[in-house]
Ligand binder design. Structure first.
Ligand code: DUC
Ligand code: ZN
Ligand code: ZN
Length: 465
């Protein structure tokens, strides 16, 4: 048998373990794993490298409406360019309707924005911010049936936050239609109370973004979200878990039988609230929600990453430019942290940070790294052909050089933001080649070729099958 491509010499990370074998690729799929596979049109010599499933980042924000005058730093072209440079082959952005726009029209607009622009595959989660009969009775069922099998609800942010009653209404549609619910768990009333108080007392610097969203705000909402999901009996992902107390609520929910999944992100093992206290206005670069916590919280997050409490390690890439009145330097942002857009860039640095801090430092096996960064994302969100190096799957593969040391520098990154929160952070291990459905889309930092990424309609989440 002859293949389109053979990858030769790599250590290959499969769901069954790490093995030294060749990978035969035909028509964009993994056609064989074995020894001495024979001929191919193209041979990729990968001696000394590790072949992993291409990263799936199931939590990114691209071209998302962010309020009057505010603009996200990435469109689909720049975000997916950054994604493949960082070893990813699929990203899942959120589709948020504009003011007054229906969910169905918002999804159509996202498809139009993404078409022909993507360097990796994409698939959209839905954000449900309205619970009118058209959204819940028509748009949501139709969109779920069309392969948008996950949706996010917010418990914070004016204009986005749903009441408990509304969350229950959305959850019951998700249950009936076979979708997974994702929740941003922070208590809006508590934040508003703390924020008003901080402003009254003249505490308006970026640091007070973190001080007004303390751990109990997230812990309480996490408990409440799980409770609501138990009432409806629907599976739930708690996204961007930042601390051990919220994780403890997740463990307690699971012990009661709740179907709850947990995601964390690089910012919760590498950044702290002190970063928001950097001199001048620099702290604004680290404003995201939930905020980075104390270094002592990193240990609780690491335990969850290592022991399997977290299924997902995502970036929550939500990029704004720093030196930009349409970004972090928005009107009023220097007067109060309230006006600083929430979110940090990270799609390109997620995998190297976890590889270095996890695998290279001996905390994580290669298999667990692959599960946290690709396989579990595919299973949970219904990407049935992706997320594992197995015969029959899409040939979405990233080759890692585990010996390469790199200093993360904005100048080397591909995203549209003008900074990285990890400037100067040194990592050991770097993705050197990204292969999307058999085609090399990044080699040695160069993003190659026309954008061949497509939107993928997803199946039901595995937990619902
Ligand atoms: N929630 C996210 O998921 N991303 C960025 C900002 C936010 O609040
Ligand atoms: Zn969120
Ligand atoms: Zn997010």
């Amino acid at each position: 048998m002859s293949f389109d491509t053979i990858i030769r010499g790599a250590r290959v990370v499969t769901p069954a373990g790490v093995t030294r074998c060749e990978i035969g690729i035909s028509s964009g799929r993994i056609a064989a794993l074995g020894l001495s596979l024979g001929d191919a049109t193209k041979v990729i010599e990968a001696e000394g490298l590790i072949a992993m499933p291409g990263g799936i980042d199931s939590h990114v924000h691209i071209s998302q409406p962010s309020g009057p005058g505010i603009e996200m730093a990435d469109d689909f072209s720049s975000a997916t360019r950054a994604a493949v440079a960082g070893g990813n082959t699929t990203v899942l952005p959120f589709c948020l309707p504009e003011e007054g726009q229906s969910l169905r029209d918002a999804v159509a607009a996202y498809h139009a924005k993404a078409a022909g622009q993507c360097h990796c595959d994409v698939s959209f989660h839905l954000i449900v911010k309205a619970t009118d009969p058209i959204t819940l009775g028509q748009d949501l069922p139709a969109l779920i049936a069309a392969g948008h099998t996950s949706l996010k609800v917010f418990m914070t942010y004016q204009g986005l936050a749903l009441s408990d009653r509304e969350i229950l209404e959305v959850m019951s549609v998700a249950k009936a239609q076979g979708a997974l619910v994702m929740v941003h768990a922070e208590n809006e009333d508590a934040i508003e109370f703390l924020r008003d108080k901080a402003e009254r007392e003249g505490n308006t610097d970026p640091l007070f973004h973190a001080r007004t969203r303390p751990v109990p705000v997230e812990r309480e909402a996490t408990h409440r979200a799980i409770t609501l999901a138990e009432i409806v009996d629907v599976p739930l992902t708690i996204v961007h878990v930042s601390n051990g107390e919220s994780l403890e609520e997740i463990r307690r929910g699971r012990a009661r039988g709740a179907k709850v999944f947990a995601e964390t992100c690089p910012q919760y093992i590498t950044l702290t609230a002190e970063d928001l206290d950097r001199a001048g206005f620099e702290g604004a670069k680290y404003v995201c929600s939930p905020p980075p916590r104390a270094a002592s919280d990193w240990q609780a997050i690491w335990s969850g990453i290592c022991n399997g409490d977290f299924e997902l390690f995502s970036s929550d890439h939500c990029p704004f430019r720093f030196a930009d009145p349409a970004g972090k330097d928005a009107p009023g942002a220097r007067k109060s942290f309230r006006n600083i857009p929430n979110g940090i860039p990270g799609v390109e640095t997620r995998l190297p940070i976890l590889f270095s801090e996890g695998v290279s430092k001996g905390r994580l096996s290669l298999e667990r790294f692959a599960a946290l960064t690709a396989t579990n994302h595919a299973r949970l969100y219904g990407l049935k052909d992706k997320g594992a190096i197995m015969v029959g799957m899409d040939a979405d593969i990233v080759l890692w050089d585990p010996e390469m040391t790199r200093e993360i520098r904005q100048d080397d990154l591909h995203h549209g933001s003008d900074y990285t929160p990890w400037e100067g952070f040194t990592v050991l291990g770097w993705p050197v080649r990204t292969i999307l459905r058999g085609e090399t889309v990044m080699q040695d930092g160069d993003v190659q070729g026309a954008p061949i990424g497509s939107h993928i309609a997803r199946s039901a989440p595995e937990v619902l099958l």
